[in-house]
Every structure is written in C-alpha cells, then in structure tokens.
Design a protein around this ligand. Structure first.
Ligand code: NDP
Ligand code: GDR
Length: 371
C-alpha cells in the first residue's frame, strides 16, 4: 500500500482541491478518464484496465469517516510524484452538483464513467429517498456537467439488470423495464436521462445494462461474497453458520474484471448506444451455495440458516441476459465462467480466513466477530 512509503498515516489524505491538481502534465497527450464510484468494486477494476491502456485516471471520492480507498491502495502513487502518479482522487459527491461541474470543467475528461451509486437493492428499501437522489438525480447532475463541459466527453452510465425486474428472461435491450425496488426504479430514471441527453443534446452517452458481476473485491453484504467469506471462515473454524434470505432467486453472475472492459468498449464505438452485458447463464443462490461449499468439501445445508430479515419487500426472481448485441457489435465476451468465478472468490476468502485465524489464535482479533 502507498502508506508503506513512510509507515505513517500522513499520506492517507489522498484527495485534492481543484486548484491543486492540473489536468495532466503539460504536453501530455494521454486520454483522460473521470470515474465516479472509483472506490467501489467496478471502479477499482476499471481503473486498472484504463491505466493499462495508458489513460490518466481521475476518480471522485466522497468524504467518509473511515478511509474508503482500500480497493485502490495498490494503485496509489503519491501525487507529489507527478511523473508516476497516473491516478488522482478528488472529493466530490453525486448529491453535490457544483462539485461534479467543477471537476468536469477542471479536468476536461475525454471519457466519464458514472459508477457511483447506493448500489445495495435491499438497503434501497430502507433509504429510498437518498437512493433516488444519488442513483437517479446524481446521474442527471453528472450528465448536466458533461453537457456543459467546454470539451465534449463520452459518458458511460452504469445501468443494471435490476431494471428488468419481473420481466421474464432472457432479457435484452428491447425487453421492457419493470423495476422491483427503489434502487431499480432510480436506475430506470438514470437510464432514460442518459438516452434523453443523447437524443436532445447529442451527448455521446451510453447505457451499459450489466447483469450481476462479482469478484474477490465484491462488497461483503452482496450474496456471493457473503457466502464465500462465510465458506472461508467456516472452513478455518472461525464460524459455523451463515444467515441468508431467499435461496431460490436466479442470477446471471459474471466476473467484474470482464465487465469493465465492456464499459470501455462502448465508449470506443462510432455511435453511442445501449448494451446488455451478461454471461447468458443463470444460477440460483442455492446453486452458488452448493458450488462454494462443495469446492472446499463442505455441505451447505449444515451451515445455512434462513433469516426472514434478508427477504426483500419485492424480489427479482429470475435474471438471464441476452447479450448478443454486445457480443456482435463490441466483440465482447466473458472470459470467466461460473465455476471459475466461485473458485476465485472462495480461494481468495480462504486466504483471508487463514490470516484471520493467525490473528485470532494470537488474541489480536475476536474470532467470533462475523464480517
Ligand atoms: P459498489 O457499491 O462496490 O460501489 C459504489 C461506489 O459508489 C463506491 O465507490 C461508493 O463510494 C460510491 N458512492 C456511493 N454513494 C456515493 C455518493 N453519494 N457520491 C459519490 N460516490 C458515491 O458498486 P459496484 O462497483 O458493484 O457497481 C458499480 C456501479 O454499477 C453501481 O452504480 C451499481 O449500481 C452498478 N451495477 C453493479 C452491478 C454489479 O453486479 N456489481 C450490476 C449492474 C449495475 P464508497 O466507497 O465511499 O461507498
Ligand atoms: P442483487 O444482488 O440484489 O442482484 O443486486 P445481491 O447479491 O444483494 O442479491 C442477489 C440475490 O440473493 C438473494 N439473497 C441475499 N442477498 C443478500 N444481499 N444477502 C442475503 O443474505 C441474501 N440471501 C438471499 C437476494 O434476495 C437476491 O435475490 C446486485 C447489486 O450489485 C446491484 O447494484 C446490481 O444492480 C445488481 O446486482 C445487478
């Protein structure tokens, strides 16, 4: 991590004011990308991908009482080392239009990726108003900033298969939306704002309608990661049970690293458009349990307890994408399949559990404190 430079917390203040950071080194012709939600799962993979393509990457982060950049720490270079630092972080918030406008104007990005969201479906029932503000109006605020930018930027909107909701599979770009949560309804609004800015103002704006994608960096309260974290800890004897909700829901699960590539591909086309991105394979939560526990020789039925609090007021029963448009027009296809994804996540989380066990055995952490 970047902190290991001097072993102190002094460098943890990673974000900078607009005046302090020039867009790029003078004379530098690198493409500039601006990413919201850079600290999230997809933000970290997209940043790696774009740095690999030679981009200068700017990320907008929100203020948090805890450091929220752990997914980016391996990419961080102190900005005082201007020749090497190709990822820069700035404070802004999707609920603060002026901050978005200011950064778009200051950085003049070639591409803007709007990944920021209150992205947890169940939580959106608890905080619907906030979810709408960030997910729907937040996208509108950023589109306005892009529309008013002195330099035309290409815009990517992180749309979701949740927008299809109760529309039966397979779901494609032409399937009707029937959202089943405040989160999904807000994503539908953001989708149409994006289409509207394309049609009304000619903004090069694309909607990626991405089906579920996971990774070892997935937030720990999404079902796949919740399961693989539990598998690791149960395998190492750090816990015995995991509490879950509806096991019969079916999802089209892919690997996040594959999906960020599709985002970039959309912005490299001659014309802006909307694309479904999916593996076209669907599995139930129960099948995920079977695969994850089975991989380390455990029987999930001995460890899973159903807790009604994890059932949602309205559920999305079955998602399976038809991504033929993206496969044909972008030449995109997923590289990681379901069994490989499960193994990748379980292997990673068994390693984490091993480290937790060392700390727990030495009395440094409370082993019973479940993540
Ligand atoms: P995460 O929840 O991992 O990341 C969300 C990001 O948004 C974080 O960086 C978070 O910051 C940031 N954020 C939240 N609220 C605000 C705010 N008010 N202002 C600025 N930033 C904010 O999501 P993913 O990486 O999994 O997903 C990326 C995007 O793609 C999201 O929009 C999600 O809804 C969408 N999506 C995801 C899918 C998936 O399967 N992963 C599928 C389809 C769509 P912080 O780190 O501080 O919390
Ligand atoms: P989802 O992902 O709602 O599809 O949204 P999540 O992993 O939260 O749920 C998938 C399915 O699993 C069921 N489930 C549980 N879910 C959670 N989180 N916790 C549990 O204990 C549990 N038990 C069962 C859920 O009911 C659901 O059916 C994700 C997010 O990344 C969104 O931002 C994104 O838009 C969509 O994927 C595509």
């Amino acid at each position: 991590s970047h902190e290991s430079n001097n072993g102190t917390n002094e460098n943890k203040e990673k974000a900078h004011a607009a005046s302090a950071v020039p867009r790029s080194i003078p004379g530098d012709q690198r493409k500039v990308a601006l990413i919201t939600g850079i600290t999230g799962q997809d933000g970290s993979y997209l940043t790696e991908f774009l740095l690999g393509k030679g981009y200068e990457v700017h990320g907008l982060i929100r203020r948090s009482s805890n450091f929220n950049t752990s997914r980016l720490d391996h990419l961080y270079v102190d900005p005082h080392n201007a020749a090497k630092a190709r990822m820069k972080l700035h404070y802004a918030d999707l609920s603060d239009a002026s901050s978005l406008r200011r950064w778009v104007d200051a950085l003049l990005p070639d591409e803007v990726y709007n990944l920021a969201a209150q992205s947890h479906v169940a939580v959106s029932f608890e905080i619907p108003d906030y979810t709408a503000d960030v997910v729907a109006t937040g996208a509108l605020r950023l589109l306005e900033a892009v529309r008013c930018s002195p330099k035309p930027a290409r815009y990517y909107q992180a749309g979701s298969s949740e927008m299809f909701g109760s529309t039966p599979p397979p779901q494609s770009e032409t399937s009707p939306f029937h959202p089943r949560s405040p989160y999904a309804a807000a994503k539908v609004a953001a989708h149409w704002y994006t289409v509207n800015y394309r049609e009304a103002y000619g903004v090069f704006a694309c909607n990626g309608i991405l089906f579920n994608h996971e990774s070892p960096r997935r937030g720990e309260n999404f079902v796949t990661r919740k399961i693989t974290r539990a598998v690791g800890r149960i395998r190492l004897g750090l816990q015995t049970k995991v509490f879950l909700g509806n096991l019969s829901a079916a999802r089209d699960w892919g690997f996040a690293g594959d999906y960020v590539e599709a985002m970039w591909m959309m912005l490299q086309q001659e014309e802006a458009g909307d694309y479904v991105v999916a593996t076209e394979e669907s599995h139930t939560v129960e099948e995920f349990l079977q695969a994850a526990f089975g991989y380390v020789g455990l029987d999930w039925k001995e460890h899973v307890v159903i807790d009604p609090r994890y059932f949602r007021p309205a559920e999305v029963d079955s998602l399976k994408g038809d991504s033929s448009k993206a496969r044909k027009a972008l030449g995109w296809k997923p590289k990681v399949g379901f069994p490989e994804l499960v193994k990748m996540m379980v292997d990673h989380d068994v390693e984490i559990a091993k480290r937790e066990k060392v700390l727990a055995d030495a009395g440094y952490i409370d082993a019973h404190q479940q993540p």
